[in-house]
Every structure is written in C-alpha cells, then in structure tokens.
Design a protein around this ligand. Structure first.
Ligand code: MG
Length: 412
C-alpha cells in the first residue's frame, strides 16, 4: 500500500496546525513578556542572630521580590551596596551570567575569595528566589529538579561543659529524643588532658585520650539512633591530627572535621589517607576553584562548602558535581538564618551526593520565627511546591532582631 498523499495534505489538518501554531506563538509571546524583567533595587538588613546574618533583597519591575542571605563578615553590606549599580536594569533570570558579571566587576575588591564572594553569594541566592517566583517553580527546579522530597539536617550541639564526655552524651540523647534529629555534630577542639603549648598545635597523649573519650562516650550512648560528626576547627599539627583520627577509628564516626589548618592541601590529603576515619573540610575555601584541589587531590572524604559564603546555590551545585565525579559526598556547613538554610535544602534536594545540611541555632529560640513557614521538622527539611525558596520573611521578627543601627529593607 502506498502513502495517501491526499490525507497528508488534508486542508482541515493544515487548518488545525495553523491554529496550534498561533496558540504556541501566543504562549511564547506571553512567556517572553514574563521574562522581560529588570532589577530595580538591591537592599540589605543585618540581623543579630547567633551570627550576624545579612539578608539581601532584590527588587524587580515585575512586582516580584527575592530574598537571599550572605554569610557573616565585616563589610558584606557595603560590598553589596557597591554591586547595586552592576545589577540595576539587569534581568534577574540570567543568574549565571549575573554571577560571573559580579565576579568580574568585583575582581579589584578580591572576588576569588573572602567577603566579596560572600556578598555575591547573598545576591545569587536572592536571584534564585526571584527567578523561581517569576517562573513559578521551586528553586530546586532551577537546579535540575529533585533527587529527594526531604533533605536531612544535622544539629550542631553544645553543652555548658563541652569538655565533659558525659555532658556531651546527655545532650546528644536530648537532641535525638526531644528535637527529633538523627544527625549531630560536637566540637572536639575543647580543653582537656595535659596541655603544653597551644600555639604549636601539638596534642599530648592525654589530650588525645580525652578527645577520644568524648567521641567514645557520645557514640556509644547514641548507638544506632544518630550519625555523629566532630569538629576540630583547624587546630592540630599533622602528626596530632593523624594520631587523633586513628584513636577514634573504632567509634565509626560520621566524620572528623578540619583536623589541620585549611591552607595546605597536601597535609589535608596526608591525614585523610592514613586513617579510616572520614575527614571533612571545605568551609574555609571559596568558589569551585577553591574547592577544586581538595576534591581532585582526594584530600578529603567529605566536602563541606558553606553555601552563602562559597558563592551561592549554583556554585555549590558545581562543587557538588565536581565532588560527585570523585564519588565524594557533600555535607553543607551552615550557620545561617532560615533563608540560606532553605537555599541549602534546595541544592541538597537537587544534587545526588548530599549527606545533610547543618543547623547551628538550636539555642537561639527565635530562629524559626523569622519565616512564616515551618523549615526544619523532625530533623528534616521537607521540599514543597512553593515558588523560589518557598519561604516568607516575618518582617516584624526581622525588625525586632535587627543589628543596632540597621534599617529594615522595603517590605516588597
Ligand atoms: Mg566546621
């Protein structure tokens, strides 16, 4: 049987195709109008939390406003004010281009690392909130969609006496049982044991024994109920770090964080290679370029970027992608308000290799009041269908906790 060319050229079929084409064109036109948006202003308000949180607002001529947050650091609001003219009139949907634009424009101020990158991070997060709202999609959708419907949160824990192993173990149980977390972190750069000279970074055997006792007491009491990490805050010499990491190998901890200073990647790798204790680092280096050698040299077992410091949401995604090509998971360092914590959750939802996002404010008492929505519930952040970051600032709470001398940014 041959082809019925008459049917293919059915005038009615052609008519239908023309109609569809008109419809498609109309849809394209209306979307084009939605996407013809300009940034009209950028403002900041600093909150006096357990860290100074710089909230960033990007305003547009579409009546849509986005909120971001920059990690703390002297001069961050001033740097954002410096960048304001580079953003006015630009299309907020071009997130990647605007990020690179700011990096280039601020190269003189030092946009390879430090507070300039922190300031750019706050703007970049706000752009994701704006873009999601304009396109009516959650921010994770802008990053490629979801791997998971909820992102795990780990709770940074503190006690009155951080050097007391039993006090740490009791607090671990309380956070598991009362707050619902299954992932915890404690500080391990605490006093205890015979100290000789802190400046030389050397740990005596009795100091190692004391730290191992904290780790053992907490992990034994917690059992299978939670994963527990321990943070050393870049404190120890390479030899001491190796001895400490080996001394806690039997405890099966989640990770040992920053046992040595952050500058020397070769030393970082040396420590990671001699122990089965997983070593995490990364909160003190910036952008994908700063994280690259940590990952490519396999100097760490877990990478720990701080999203509102390292460069923002897409930069964290890029770091996570690089880490994933070396089969390295991501634990997001985070001391932020609900704004950047949600940004972390959106990235965490959109990357394969996330372990968890940190929560560092359980002693504050009003962290969750900053936004109208529930953020952390039972140690998890549920992702939802709300556009952008999916949160609404409670401006009364923001105003109540502003740093002295701050003025509140425009409501919308
Ligand atoms: Mg840390």
């Amino acid at each position: 049987m041959g082809i019925d060319y008459g049917q293919l050229h059915d005038p009615n079929a052609d008519y239908t195709m023309r109609e569809l084409s008109e419809e498609t064109m109309e849809l394209t036109r209306s979307r084009g109008e939605t996407r013809d948006v300009s940034i009209t202003d950028v403002q900041t308000t600093m909150i006096d939390g357990n860290f100074p949180w710089t909230l960033v607002r990007v305003y547009t001529d579409a009546g849509v406003t986005g909120t971001g947050e920059a990690y703390w650091g002297a001069g961050v609001p001033e740097l954002i004010e410096r960048m304001r003219p580079f953003l006015i009139g630009e299309n907020p949907l071009d997130i990647d281009r605007l990020y690179e634009h700011l990096v280039q424009k601020m190269s003189g101020e030092g946009s390879i690392a430090g507070v300039t990158v922190t300031a750019i991070s706050g703007i970049e997060i706000a752009l994701h909130d704006v873009a999601g709202k304009i396109l009516d999609v959650p921010a994770y959708q802008l990053l490629g969609g979801k791997y998971r419907d909820a992102v795990r949160v780990y709770c940074d824990c503190h006690t009155e006496d951080e050097a007391d192993p039993e006090a740490c173990a009791t607090e671990a149980e309380r956070v598991i049982e009362e707050l619902g977390y299954s992932a915890l972190k404690f500080d391990l750069d605490v006093p205890g044991g015979r100290e000789t000279d802190r400046a030389n970074r050397h740990l005596t055997d009795s100091q190692i024994d004391h730290k191992a006792e904290i780790v053992r007491t907490v992990t034994e009491r917690v059992g299978d109920r939670a994963d527990v990490a321990f943070d050393c805050h870049w404190s120890f010499s390479v030899g001491s770090a190796k001895r400490l990491a080996r001394a806690v190998e039997e405890c099966d901890i989640w990770w040992l964080e920053d046992p040595v200073p952050p500058e020397n990647i070769d030393v970082q790798r040396e420590v990671s290679r001699v122990t089965t204790t997983p070593i995490a680092a990364g909160e003190n280096v910036y952008r994908k370029h700063g994280q690259r050698r940590l990952i490519e040299d396999q100097a760490i077992d877990i990478v720990a970027p701080d999203l509102p410091k390292v460069g923002g949401m897409r930069e964290t995604r890029k770091i996570a992608d690089l880490a994933d090509s070396f089969y390295i998971p991501v634990a997001m360092h985070n001391v932020a308000s609900p704004v950047a914590t949600m940004a972390g959750a959106h990235v965490g939802a959109a990357i394969p290799n996330v372990l968890a996002v940190e929560y560092h404010s359980y002693e504050l008492g009003w962290w969750e009041d900053l936004v109208e929505e529930t953020v952390i519930d039972n140690g998890m952040i549920e992702m939802n269908e709300r556009a952008g970051l999916g949160i609404t600032l409670d401006l009364d709470t923001v105003a109540e906790h502003m740093v002295t001398g701050e003025t509140l940014f425009d409501p919308a």
